[in-house]
Design a protein around this ligand. Structure first.
Ligand SMILES: [Fe+2]
Length: 173
């Protein structure tokens, strides 16, 4: 069986790799649509996510470990989520779907950090537990900011569709 400390290091490596992957995904979302409110939220969260990756990397180094070159469980899982929901109908759908993915990602992260906090604390590693708690709070805050935008984007899609309809540009049954 894997040594308890090696397992803890692997969990932190997984979280660090996930944050690096998430920052990349969120940066990709910045190219979609022209909703400034969504863009500014995503821009903020890219910065927070990169900062989280750095803090986790720093923690690994303090523990005498390195970041992992492998993808890790969470990164692979998040990659699948992106693949499944690929191929949006148009830019309106794309922005709404990106927000749903971002919201789902925050919740995967909340689950991931909840497990890390519990395991680190069981290992008596209070420093890792505290760092994971700080990051968990940031993920919860991000999820709360993303949530109302999902509704707003869906409503904006309806208004755009009505606008097109009245101009006779499609969306007709
Ligand atoms: Fe994060």
């Amino acid at each position: 069986m894997e040594h308890t400390r090696d397992r803890l290091i692997r969990y932190i490596q997984d979280a660090q790799a996930a944050e690096v992957g998430i920052a990349r995904t969120l940066e990709g979302f910045l190219d979609d649509g022209d909703n400034e409110m969504v863009r500014s939220l995503l821009r903020d969260h890219v910065a927070v996510t990169k900062n989280q990756a750095n803090r986790l990397e720093q923690r690994l180094r303090t523990m005498g470990a390195e970041t992992s070159a492998g993808k890790g469980f969470f990164n692979s899982l998040l990659g699948r989520v992106s693949e499944i929901m690929h191929g949006a109908h148009d830019d309106y759908d794309k922005v709404t779907q990106n927000l749903i993915k971002a919201y789902a990602t925050e919740h995967l992260e909340i689950g991931m950090y909840t497990a890390l906090i519990a395991y680190a604390r069981a290992c008596n590693d209070e420093e890792t537990a505290t760092l994971a708690e700080e990051i968990l709070a940031e993920e919860e805050e991000a999820a709360e900011r993303i949530f109302p935008l999902i509704e707003q984007c869906a409503q904006a899609t309806y208004l755009a569709a009505v606008h097109d309809e009245t101009r006779g540009m499609g969306y007709r049954a």
